[in-house]
Write a protein that binds this ligand. Structure first.
Ligand SMILES: Nc1ncnc2c1ncn2[C@@H]1O[C@H](COP(=O)(O)OP(=O)(O)OP(=O)(O)O)[C@@H](O)[C@H]1O
Ligand SMILES: [Mg+2]
Length: 292
C-alpha cells in the first residue's frame, strides 16, 4: 500500500499505509483526523485512484441536511407529471405512484454511493466535523446498514458497500459511536525527511537544497506558537511560488516577501521579526548542510 500510494504521489509512512490497507481489506470506514493541510482529503482521493474506482465526495458544512446529502425530489418533473395526469384524469393512487417513482429522485452523493452499479465507489465524507450532531447520527445509521429508507418508496439497500473515508479537522468532537464504527487514523505534520520527500514528489523541479531549506523553515515555523500552523498545502504553495520566482535558495528578504504563501494570520505575520527569520534560516542552512 505504501508503494501504491507513493506511485500516486502520496508519501506515507507505514502507520498511514497500514491504516489505509486495513480499512480497505476489513471494509471499515476510515476516519482521518489532523490539523489543516496535513493531507487528509488526499488520502481519499489517492485511495480511489489505487482502487481504480469513482470518487464520490460529500463535502460537509454547517447546516448540511439530508436533502443535500442523500436525495431530493425532482420537483419540475413531478409537476410536469402532475399536469399530464390532470389532463388524463387518472385516479389519485396512480398519480401518486407516478410522482414518487425512482426516476423522479435526484440522487445526492450518499444515495449515489450506495446504488452505484459498476462496483463499490470510494465515498469521501469530507470535513465531517463541520456538520452537526444530528447529521452525524444520520451518517452513522447509513454507515451501519448501507441502506436508506425513503418514506414514499421504502428501503433502498446498497448494491455494493462503498469504501468510505471520513475526514475531520476537529473543530467539533466526533461522537464515540461514529468513531467506534471506523478505523481511526491521526495524521501528524510531517517530519522534515517526509516533507522533503513530499516536495520532491509534488514539485520535482525544485532543487534538493531548496527543498531541504523549505522543510527546515516549515519545521521551525510549526515550532512557534502560531494561530494557524501551516500544513503541507502551504509548503507546496510556497515551493511553487519560489520556483516561479526562479529562486533556488532562501534568504531573509525572499522569506519575508513570500511569507503570505505560508502564514495566513495577521498576528502570526506580525509576530515574526526579521531576527526570527534570520535565525530560522541559519538553522535551516545548518540542517540542510548537515543532512546533505
Ligand atoms: N503525504 C503527502 N504526500 C504528497 N502530497 C501531500 C501529502 N500530504 C499532503 N499533500 C498535499 O498537500 C495538499 C493538502 O492536502 P489535503 O488537501 O489532503 O489536506 P487536508 O488535511 O485535507 O487539509 P484541510 O484540513 O485544509 O482540508 C494537497 O495538495 C496534497 O496533495
Ligand atoms: Mg481536506
Amino acid at each position: 500500500m505504501q508503494a501504491a500510494m507513493e506511485r500516486e504521489g502520496y508519501i506515507a509512512e507505514p502507520a498511514i499505509a497500514t491504516a489505509v490497507h486495513l480499512a480497505r481489506t476489513m471494509r471499515k470506514p476510515l476516519l482521518v483526523e489532523g490539523d489543516a493541510g496535513v493531507g487528509k482529503t488526499e488520502i481519499g482521493k489517492v485511495l480511489a485512484r489505487i482502487l481504480d474506482t469513482e470518487l464520490i465526495r460529500l463535502q460537509c458544512y454547517e447546516g448540511i441536511d439530508v436533502n443535500t446529502a442523500l436525495y431530493e425530489w425532482n420537483y419540475q418533473r413531478q409537476l410536469l407529471r402532475l399536469r399530464i395526469a390532470g389532463t388524463e384524469d387518472r385516479d389519485p393512487a396512480q398519480t401518486e405512484q407516478m410522482i414518487f417513482s425512482r426516476d423522479c429522485l435526484l440522487e445526492r452523493p450518499l444515495l449515489r454511493a450506495i446504488t452505484r452499479r459498476e462496483g463499490p465507489p470510494l465515498l469521501l465524507i469530507d470535513e465531517v466535523d463541520r456538520a452537526d450532531d444530528g447529521f452525524e447520527a444520520f451518517l452513522l445509521e447509513i454507515l451501519s446498514d448501507f441502506q436508506v429508507t425513503i418514506p414514499e418508496l421504502g428501503p433502498i439497500a446498497a448494491t455494493h458497500v462503498p469504501y468510505v473515508v471520513l475526514t475531520s479537522n476537529r473543530t467539533r468532537e466526533i461522537g464515540d459511536a461514529l468513531r467506534r464504527r471506523c478505523f481511526y487514523l491521526y495524521v501528524e505534520h510531517p517530519s522534515p525527511e517526509k516533507e522533503i520527500r513530499i516536495i520532491r514528489a509534488r514539485v520535482p523541479e525544485a532543487m534538493d537544497g531548496l527543498a531541504r531549506e523549505i522543510a527546515a523553515v516549515m519545521q521551525a515555523l510549526r515550532g512557534r506558537r502560531l494561530q494557524k500552523a501551516p500544513g503541507v498545502a502551504e509548503t507546496l504553495d510556497w515551493t511553487r511560488a519560489l520556483m516561479s520566482l526562479q529562486l533556488d535558495s532562501l534568504d531573509a528578504d525572499t522569506v519575508s516577501e513570500t511569507l503570505g504563501c505560508v502564514l495566513k494570520d495577521h498576528h502570526d505575520v506580525q509576530d515574526l521579526t526579521a531576527h526570527d527569520i534570520e535565525s530560522m534560516l541559519a538553522g535551516a542552512r545548518s540542517a540542510s548542510g548537515a543532512d546533505g
